[in-house]
Write a protein that binds this ligand. Sequence first.
Ligand SMILES: [Zn+2]
Ligand SMILES: [Zn+2]
Length: 188
Amino acid sequence: MSTKHDTYGLQFNVSQLLKEPTGATRHYEINIQPFGQLDEDVAVVAPLTGEIKFLRTGSEILVQGILQTIVEKNCGRCLEDFNAPVVFDLEEQFFPTIDVNTGVGVEAPDDADEANRIDAQHTLDLSEVVRQGLLLEIDSVLYCKPNCKGICLQCGQNLNLAQCDCVDDVIDARWASLLQKLETEDKP
Ligand SMILES: [Zn+2]
Ligand SMILES: [Zn+2]
């Protein structure tokens, strides 16, 4: 029985914190089970752990913390799935929708993301910012290992596992230009 919103178990009721003065804090230890796909290419395959702190600032809540897990994604060279550790710093400002004392609606700043709104029930939901944070952090990890040998473009053999019998100099001319292009793109 999970709704769209508590997919990751990262919802916190902040109505009490919002009633407290600026400077009030809450600390949470995070240890939640692997929650699967972050998008169609990346999945979380280990518990998400870490510590976060909520700080009441003005009418907002500043969330800071460090979270870590392991994700699975697909290697851009050998096309095998691989696991990669991810650690990321979370620092996000959250804005109320309703003033907890008066019940009056509150405007968020124009540049505030919808994911950074505390809802009308005073629930602060970290799911989307955590999802985006993990994806951003893993975005630059493209290959299963820096020296991944990729696959043979003729027979499809994963060259990390075994050499194939294809001989380099008989590579079809059509592949040669593609190979050259790939080589160039691989250079940082
Ligand atoms: Zn690879
Ligand atoms: Zn081959």
